[in-house]
Design a binder for this molecule. Structure first.
Ligand SMILES: Nc1ncnc2c1ncn2[C@@H]1O[C@H](COP(=O)(O)OP(=O)(O)OP(=O)(O)O)[C@@H](O)[C@H]1O
Length: 474
């Protein structure tokens, strides 16, 4: 968060000195007009810290201070008092002022107190970001995943956490793009800074600019107070721009300009603001198609996608389903207060066969519903929605060329891409036959029309363990 300091200082020299020193402190600084009564201006600005001369506080002091204290930002108020009277200091503190400073003290001491106030404000935002156990969740290591594909993906993600480059996350709805970006933020050197998520599809078009870059009071009808935008809130942290494919073209142009040097001017503002922010954008749209249709700027696509990661859909990493299902079972057991131990074999099989168009979000919802409906210690297929009861669910999934992730092939030769698909097909086929034969190698080899030694070799390469199939009821 970029700390905002708003000052109303009576003495001209003091104002000039403070302006000089506070500008070095990584804050956004604003001075109210000394000629007019500044209180209305203070109350309409959005600030973390107010620094005011006691002579400018309208009487009665208590109600003027309470106007500031009741602002939604819960600002800290520092009053510079021109008399060294402990009684008057005590009265100011009793009216709700946080810090009272005698303006006759050395300027360095005054700056020291202001600095420590700013630091306590930064800590206030910092504390806000941790759960009760003091952990900022989620972390990359906590990612529930057993599949090779996801492990490779997570290794790739691990390599880019140290980078400050913009990141574009692609993937279907519910695959975990926001979840991953939180984990990347938590692993990065920015983890003590904020993570601010903003969804382009959820904001009316005319408000996007103000949501992203903030506005000044009076910038448009209804802008009664000034307000900070997401970029300012994300200062020293990460901003997550979700559904970037929904951003209107005109805003794309503005965003591109901001991404050049991270400087912008709030709507209706005069002074530019500079922020230090890492941008992670995400979409489930095919941006290359959107570019061809003229709906997305190619230069913005390149700027956002300095690094691009595509999270595979759940149906392409079915090995993850049992681990994820058990993870969500324990999450909802705790949340709902149940003690369900397991899934029946049929129930787990149904989960593993389903195509999951809504990915992990859909899986979470299905498990939550099942935990609520389950009346025993085992979740059965009857606890799932009716689509899971159909017979076709238990037959092996069909092969759909459209399910393939073409992005994953970008740096591969044709023969490497073919090899990869071939491995997937062989793995699926052999697992299906091993399942049928209860893990019997001779019988599986006979059905597959290959030599048992050849079958062993393939199982080793494809990481298939026959013991997995022996444990099933055959
Ligand atoms: N690996 C994971 N382990 C545990 N929970 C996960 C995992 N991945 C995603 N989730 C959970 O699944 C839900 C959906 O994830 P998320 O919101 O990150 O998806 P998304 O790809 O950003 O979706 P959308 O495109 O619709 O915005 C969230 O509640 C998230 O916490």
């Amino acid at each position: 968060m970029l700390i905002r300091v708003v000052c109303a200082i009576k003495e001209k020299k003091m104002q000039a000195d403070l302006e000089k020193r506070l500008s070095d402190l990584d804050v956004q600084l604003k001075f109210c007009d000394r000629q007019k009564s500044p209180w209305q201006e203070l109350a309409r600005s959005c600030a973390d810290v107010f620094i005011v001369s006691s002579l400018l506080i309208p009487k009665p002091v208590e109600s003027s201070i309470s106007i500031l204290n009741n602002l939604p930002e819960k600002p800290i108020t520092i009053v510079l008092h021109n008399r060294e009277s402990s009684e008057e200091h005590a009265n100011l503190l009793a009216s709700g002022v946080d810090v009272v400073l005698y303006s006759g003290i050395s300027f360095d001491s005054m700056i020291e107190v202001i600095e420590s106030t700013l630091e306590s404000r930064r800590q206030f935002y910092y504390m806000d970001r941790f759960d009760q156990r003091g952990r900022y969740q989620p972390r990359l290591n906590d990612f529930v995943s057993n599949s090779k594909e996801m492990q490779m993906f997570l290794d790739e993600a691990q390599q880019i956490v140290t980078s400050d480059a913009s990141l574009l996350l692609l993937g279907e709805t519910g695959v975990g793009k926001e979840h991953l970006s939180k984990a990347i933020h938590a692993e990065s050197h920015r983890s003590s800074g904020p993570f601010i998520a903003i969804n382009m599809a959820a904001i009316p078009e005319q408000l996007i600019e103000s949501e992203l870059f903030g506005h000044e009071q009076g910038a448009f009808t209804g802008a009664v107070r000034s307000r900070r935008g997401a970029f300012e809130m994300a200062h020293t942290g990460t901003i997550f721009l979700d559904e970037i494919g929904e951003m209107p073209l005109q805003m794309q142009t503005k965003l591109l300009r901001v991404l050049q040097d991270f400087e912008f001017t709030p709507v209706g503002g005069e002074k530019p603001v500079w922020v230090d922010v890492r941008v992670i954008a995400a979409t489930n749209k095919n941006l290359e198609k959107e570019i061809k249709k003229g709906q997305f700027r190619q230069d913005l696509y390149y700027r956002l996608g300095v690094i691009t990661l595509t999270i595979p859909p759940l149906r392409r990493r079915k090995e993850d389903i049992p681990a994820l299902a058990n993870h969500f079972l324990s999450v909802y057991n705790k949340k709902i207060g149940c003690e369900i131990n397991r899934f029946s074999n049929d129930a787990m099989k149904a989960l593993c066969t389903y195509q999951w168009p809504g990915n992990i979000r859909e899986l979470m919802n299905v498990i939550e519903r099942a935990v609520i409906l389950c009346k025993s210690d085992t979740i059965s297929i009857e606890n799932f929605p009716s689509i899971f009861h159909k017979k076709s669910m238990t037959s092996p999934a069909g092969f759909d060329i459209n399910d393939l992730d073409l992005n994953a092939w970008k740096n591969k030769t044709l023969s490497e891409a073919k090899q990869e698909i071939l491995h997937q097909v062989e793995k699926k086929y052999l697992e299906m036959v091993l399942e049928k034969t209860g893990g019997k190698i001779g019988e599986t080899a006979r059905i597959a029309g290959i030599h048992p030694r050849g079958l062993y070799g393939k199982m080793k390469i494809l990481n298939i363990d026959k013991a997995t199939f022996k444990s099933k009821d055959h």
